[in-house]
Write a protein that binds this ligand. Sequence first.
Ligand code: HEM
Length: 138
Amino acid sequence: MAEWDILTKDDIKRIQESYGKIEGRHQETGDYLYRHLFECCPDVADIFKVDMKEQSMTLMRMVKTVVEGLNNVDIIMPGIQKMGQRHNDIGITPAQYGYFKESLLYALGKVLGKDFTPEIKESWSKFYDVLSGLMKGN
Ligand code: HEM
């Protein structure tokens, strides 16, 4: 899929290597993300009907699938489209996707610490832009 072409080989390497450092820390990473999201937009908390500890793990498993799929994006596209459809059905807005991005970058920064360099942050930012764009259908 051409959308992924904005990620260079170096971006993919940075994303996969830094992901490797958080792979064993899914719970913590997801928890930081949702805590940040609900602090900035308390109303968003109401749309989740699930246990948020479990949701952290569900989200991070999806992140893992996409990160590992970057070498062969055709395999992950059906799953991304399905997830995008589900989010459209729930009524997630573009603004909420924006807050989610900030929350993801915040969580990665908390867990990776000084290893979350500006270059790595930029690669994850591009990663999120492509992923969320595909989910939104643009
Ligand atoms: C790239 C961004 C995102 C990813 C990878 C992602 C991932 C996921 C996954 C894997 C699920 C579970 C799938 C399922 O239940 O079928 C889910 C559910 C959900 N997501 Fe997202 N999501 C993203 C963005 C967002 C945003 C921006 C919001 C709102 C601010 C959001 C709100 C929800 C809600 C409300 C659910 C349903 C939870 C429930 O069943 O109650 N997601 N998301």
